[in-house]
Design a protein around this ligand. Structure first.
Ligand SMILES: Cc1cc2nc3c(=O)[nH]c(=O)nc-3n(C[C@H](O)[C@H](O)[C@H](O)COP(=O)(O)O)c2cc1C
Length: 332
């Protein structure tokens, strides 16, 4: 996730039971692009022991191929094409989710990528741009170009992050392509992942925002699968997690308001399971300095409630409202 899956964040997640693999933030591909150093660093130094896929976003075929040659020198598990980013700044340039309007272009890009990637080639897509009129055609291109793994986020680009996820469309993709399909979109917990595996027939699940909220979820998933007791973090564990995020994901050289803004980006999701009324979300959004923000975390997560279990599902009705500070910085 852009501006989230940094080296430091991967390390924080890794310490709580990493996913089976990670996908990097996207490398932007255009005429003058070179692989962003910070993303290269996340590949080299995440120290989780898990494989990492390098994600690219772009539409210029020669430069995509040039970038693939640069990225394959790195210790990556494969290369992933982003066909889902819904930020208008991105899709207006016909990259990310914008590509889903243009199957002919997808045909060219997938063909060139398949020819350039000797190893594992994966694609992450949404089910369409503003409807599903090209879905079947795009799935046939995934098959034609022998993509090795397809992740489907069951929303359209216009559905952003909030429309209902169409799991039947993911099930349709599973039946339509020869490669394994990973289901994505509102996979909130290990229990829901188990249910969705059956419902969609998918090979696996990808988690985004809910892994920010609950970094123990991958461990819980493994325990759940193996019939072992599932680890239940407490609110105190959540406070420790937040402290780590504050220390390693916020730049101490920046103004305290900026640091607080960055931490709120994570808290916006974490807060969905702190209290049912959303009081923590309300209070934390109103703080301005790091000191006040961390004190607010202490008030809601420590003291009498420190040993309260942190629920596996978010509370109903709460929303991770993007604010000026927490808005996704998705640019191209
Ligand atoms: C802050 C943020 C950044 C994201 N950046 C990327 C990205 O760079 N590449 C990508 O494929 N998806 C990106 N996504 C989308 C997620 O990977 C995922 O598809 C989406 O959030 C739905 O899954 P979820 O319900 O588990 O969050 C991003 C999502 C968020 C919230």
């Amino acid at each position: 996730m852009q501006d989230v899956t940094t080296t430091a964040f991967m390390q924080v997640i890794g310490r709580r039971g990493a996913p089976d693999w990670f996908v990097t933030e996207y490398f932007r591909v255009h005429e003058t692009s070179t692989p962003e150093e910070a993303i290269v660093d996340s590949i080299l130094n995440h120290a989780t022991g898990r494989p990492v896929f390098a994600q690219i976003i772009g539409e210029d075929v020669p430069h995509i191929v040039r970038t693939i040659h640069l990225l394959t020198r790195l210790p990556i598990a494969g290369i992933d094409l982003n066909m889902g980013c819904p930020a208008p700044k991105v899709y207006r340039k016909n990259v990310g989710g914008g590509l889903l309007r243009d199957p002919e272009k997808i045909d060219q890009i997938l063909g060139a990528m398949r020819a350039a990637i000797a190893g594992t080639f994966t694609v992450k897509m949404r089910i369409g741009f503003d409807g599903m009129q090209h879905f079947d055609r795009i799935l046939s291109l995934i098959a034609k170009h022998r993509v090795d793994l397809l992740t489907v986020h069951g929303r359209t680009v216009k559905g952003m992050y909030w429309s209902e996820v169409d799991y039947s469309a993911i099930a349709h993709a599973v039946r339509s392509v020869p490669c394994p399909v990973i289901a994505n979109g509102d996979v909130t917990s290990a229990q829901k992942a188990t249910h969705l595996l059956k419902e969609t027939g998918a090979w696996g699940m990808m988690m985004g925002r809910h892994a920010i909220r609950n970094p123990w979820v991958f461990r819980q998933w493994r325990e759940h699968q193996q019939g072992q007791p599932v680890y239940q973090p407490t609110l105190q564990d959540v406070r420790i997690y937040i402290q780590e995020l504050a220390e390693v994901c916020c730049d101490a050289a920046k103004a305290t308001e900026k640091q607080a803004g960055r931490l709120k980006k994570f808290l916006n999701f974490i807060g969905l399971a702190v209290d049912a009324e959303g009081k923590f979300l309300h209070a934390m959004r109103r703080t301005e300095t790091m000191r006040d923000l961390l004190q607010c975390c202490d008030e809601f997560l420590l003291g009498a409630q420190a040993s309260t279990h942190y629920p596996v599902e978010p509370y109903r009705g709460l929303v991770a409202r993007p604010t000026r500070e927490t808005q996704q910085t998705c640019e191209f």
